[in-house]
Design a protein around this ligand. Structure first.
Ligand SMILES: [Zn+2]
Length: 108
């Protein structure tokens, strides 16, 4: 998910550079064209939003490690760590997984 944020951010930066380098004068003259100027302004605003969305997605997206080490609580359906024996949201004890039971049995 972090890659989507990076892609949006890069797209925003490219769009911003393109918008800033855009020629707003009419061909064969150096007169500033209001229509082209407005288009440039819209491009820069859109690039700002795109970059902002990308930045938020990049910061807020959970890492692969966090996704791998999380499960849903059987009682309140909140996301908790796979190693947790008590849910941090509802405080209920988590049922022990079969492989964990086997490990406890083998240690006896
Ligand atoms: Zn819970």
């Amino acid at each position: 998910m972090k890659i989507i944020g990076i892609l949006f951010l890069v797209a925003g930066v490219i769009l911003a550079i393109y918008g800033m380098m855009m020629d707003t004068s009419l061909p064969y003259s150096n007169v500033y064209n209001l229509s082209l100027g407005a288009r440039q302004q819209n491009l820069i605003i859109a690039s700002g939003f795109l970059g902002l969305i990308g930045l938020i997605a990049f910061i807020k997206a959970p890492t692969a490690d966090k996704i791998e080490n999380s499960k849903k609580c059987k009682f309140c359906a909140e996301t908790i760590n796979t190693k947790a024996s008590i849910c941090k949201h509802c405080g209920k004890e988590q049922p022990i997984a079969e492989e964990k039971k086997l490990m406890i049995w083998l240690k006896k």
